[in-house]
Design a protein around this ligand. Structure first.
Ligand code: SF4
Length: 437
């Protein structure tokens, strides 16, 4: 039998999808990318944008039409708001939480599909974290370390769709990491809505985030297989100095930090319920520069949030100029269903939001360019990820996740570490020449 899964949204959902693949494989199902030939059709949904939820409605409408001619089982899981969940209960055969993925064989067996794992009781199938994911890549993997969020930013619905923060036992995380390192994985990312509040829900019983990084650092020191460990995304509120000190101490902890700023204006930050000021954020950046001067800094920014006037925006522009990012993911604000701010006005026109986005893009491109210029002449370790679009050169990422394209006479497989001499910079990316393995 065949199954088809449509995964919408962020890395968390993609990571859930890797676990779902394992459950289906254990049931003897094969995956298909052609939904017409599947016996089981499912969606890992995302509620962050209305467009993604509209997609769920249009798929199930189509699949329910097909049901008139053949027998199909449909399911939906992922980030769902209560209102949508209630509606989906009427249109999908199965609606369940991602944490219940392990119980899928049992749920499916209620539809008369008997599978080897479906015969077992739920307790025998284990829990969500026990499922070994089927990784999509041979050298890059994501490890979920925590689910849910307690922060309640006013523009976000995640605390309502994924529930409160729950940390995964560190013993399992370290086990999964060791396995990946032994298999030769080179880029491993710890995933969570707020990775650095890891352990706070089990204070005294579980490691802190810095403690978890330290254990990973030790695994890196003891291993002959080099790897880079990343995490995303931390919240500035919980970015304590011990996390940065630990990062600085261990080689395998990649010197790259994605630290969302969202706005550089205190009034807007308060309205977003971010619970920190620009001064707090600045202090973290000062610590990063002091402890890891070579680190790259990425961020997320929202422009045109409710009430963002010219002065507020100017403060964000200035903050970005001062901090100097290597990468900024800038989004035009749009109300998200289920979020508190969806009840507030959204009067700033899309044209104005786009104008602000372009202003900020220019700022970050310039600062990334300045950073990259300084790398010219240096030799850096690079993780090969493929080839340039025209196929003439190899492509890869530096430890700081800067894209680099380089010439090489040797054929080098994606997933290999090589040394590349940086010969030039094209704004946010680099160019270079292979200089050894
Ligand atoms: S944006 Fe805020 S509320 Fe949403 S997941 Fe991140 S920290 Fe939690």
């Amino acid at each position: 039998m065949k199954y088809y899964v449509l995964t919408l949204g962020c890395h968390m959902n993609m990571s859930d999808s890797e676990r779902l693949t394992t459950v289906f494989t254990n049931m003897g199902f094969t995956r298909t990318e052609q939904e017409e030939e599947a016996d089981i059709l499912g969606i890992i949904a995302c509620s962050v944008r209305q467009k993604a939820i509209d997609k769920v409605y249009s798929r199930i409408h189509l699949w329910n039409k097909w049901k008139k001619d053949k027998s199909l089982i449909t399911f939906v899981t992922g980030c769902l708001l209560d209102d949508d969940r209630k509606k989906f209960l009427k249109t999908f055969d199965l609606v369940f939480e991602t944490n219940d993925i392990a119980g899928l064989p049992e749920m499916i067996s209620q539809y008369g599909v008997v599978t080897p794992t479906g015969l077992k009781g739920h307790h025998e199938q284990g829990e969500f974290w026990d499922i070994n994911p089927s990784y999509d890549s041979k050298y890059e993997a994501f490890i979920p370390i925590q689910n849910g969020c307690d922060k309640f930013c006013t523009y976000c619905a995640v605390p309502y769709t994924r529930g409160r923060e729950v940390s995964r036992p560190s013993s399992e995380i370290l086990e999964e990491l060791k396995c990946l390192v032994d298999k030769g994985y080179k880029s491993i990312t710890l995933l969570g809505q707020n990775v650095n509040s890891y352990g706070l829900d089990k204070k005294g019983e579980e490691l802190s985030f810095a403690g978890l990084l330290e254990e990973i650092g030790k695994i890196g020191e003891a291993s002959d297989d080099p790897f880079w460990l990343y995490f995303t995304s931390p919240h500035p509120r919980d970015m304590t100095r011990d996390v940065l000190e630990t990062m600085a101490q261990y080689k395998c902890l990649a010197k790259q930090i994605h630290l969302p700023l969202q706005s550089g204006d205190n009034e807007i930050l308060q309205k977003m319920n971010r619970n920190h000021t620009l001064a707090d954020y600045r202090k973290i950046v000062t610590n990063i520069r002091e402890l890891m001067p070579e680190a790259t800094l990425f961020t997320d920014i929202i422009v045109g949030f409710t009430g963002e006037e010219g002065d507020h925006f100017e403060n964000t522009r200035r903050a970005m100029e001062e901090i100097g990012y290597n990468m900024a993911f800038i989004a035009c604000y749009s109300p998200r269903p289920g979020a508190v701010s969806s009840r507030w006005d959204d009067k700033i026109t899309m044209d104005e939001k786009k104008r602000r986005l372009h202003v900020l893009s220019d700022v970050f491109i310039k600062s990334a360019g300045r950073f990259n210029e300084k790398l010219i002449g240096k030799t850096l370790p690079v993780l090969v990820t493929g080839t340039s679009r025209d196929g003439s050169r190899l492509a890869g990422l530096t430890e700081g996740k800067i894209n680099i394209q380089f010439s090489s006479d040797k054929e080098i497989k994606p997933g290999s570490f090589v040394n590349v001499r940086v010969s030039g910079s094209t704004g946010i990316s680099l160019q270079g020449e292979f200089s050894g393995e």
